[in-house]
Write a protein that binds this ligand. Structure first.
Ligand code: ATR
Length: 273
């Protein structure tokens, strides 16, 4: 097959920004390729992955609710296995290889903004799926990672998982731990859904400071209240579209072995936000 086919499986996938972002890369590089969304029934995920391999599909992104299921259907790399979730499958090998580019993309988003994670103290707010990818990534690079969540027990459980083979010191607690942690931190990531529905922030402005780099995983809206507050105190801000972009960039690079045309993908993504 000369034409390459990539895609996304999830349920629902109707709102996905991945098709325009990836097709912008194919256009930019003159690749004969398409990016298609698929919405299998949740019971059919195994058949979907096997079918994709049988049809010669080159690569799939995986989103909610399939990231955990797909882990068991592919050969995951170390990071994806530790996180327990796969969001990118490369079908060029048998069994197909699984990656977690949500995690790798976080690292690239900081790199792109010249924020070095080495030796830093990081705070992650949230303990769901997004926070899990963020916390595992930061724990490979930062000195300390503190997970703070509305439900403290979930933060403590995530911290225990991350701590297992991380060099960083990893702790967890409730949102009441933020006043102790954020003023001393170098890195702050919002991985909750706060800021999406209403113009609210999970971290009050008085805790923020100019030496912070703040990444918000929320990308709709792009300019969340947290990022506006962070900018007002002189912090470095990284919006959620960068995280979305770099998970796609890293997936593209796994699938094609080529450097992704980051600027073209970024322009296409932001045009659709
Ligand atoms: P995702 O997969 O996107 O991470 P999720 O697993 O549903 O989504 O996680 C949502 C996160 O946002 C959780 O950390 C949740 O906190 P709880 O574990 O206490 O539920 C957090 N969250 C959602 N609404 C929140 C709110 N109003 N205030 C604080 N945290 C909130």
């Amino acid at each position: 097959m000369t034409m390459h086919v990539f895609g996304l499986i999830g349920n629902p996938v109707g709102h996905s920004l991945s098709p325009p972002m990836h097709e912008a890369a194919y256009d930019e590089l003159g690749m004969d390729a398409r990016y298609v969304t698929f919405e299998p029934d949740p019971d059919d995920v195994e058949a979907a992955v096997e079918g994709a391999a049988a049809l010669g599909i080159d690569g799939l992104n995986v989103t909610i609710p399939f990231k955990r299921d797909v882990l068991g259907l592919v050969d995951p790399d170390d990071l994806a296995a530790r996180i327990g979730a796969v969001n990118t499958v490369d079908f060029s090998t048998s069994p197909p290889r699984g990656y977690n580019t949500d995690a790798a993309g976080v690292r690239r988003a900081f790199d792109h903004h010249d924020v070095s994670l080495a030796g830093t103290d990081a705070v992650v707010v949230g303990a769901g799926g997004a926070a899990r990818a963020v916390a595992f990534t930061l724990a490979d690079a930062c000195d300390t990672v503190h997970v703070a969540n509305r439900t403290a027990a979930k933060a403590e459980s995530l911290a225990a998982d991350v701590r297992e083979d991380a060099a960083a010191t990893v702790t967890g607690g409730g949102l009441d731990t933020l006043p102790d942690r954020v003023p001393e931190a170098d890195i702050l990531v919002n991985a909750t859904s706060v800021g999406m529905e209403e113009d609210e922030t999970p971290v009050r402005t008085a805790l923020l400071h100019g030496d912070l780099a703040v990444l918000d995983a929320v990308y709709a809206p792009v300019q969340t209240r947290l990022l506006r507050d962070a900018a007002s105190v002189g912090a470095t801000t990284i919006d959620g579209a960068w995280m979305l972009l770099f998970q796609g960039v890293v997936a593209f690079e796994h699938w094609t072995g080529r450097d992704a045309p980051v600027d073209a993908m970024n322009a296409a993504l932001r045009a659709h936000l």
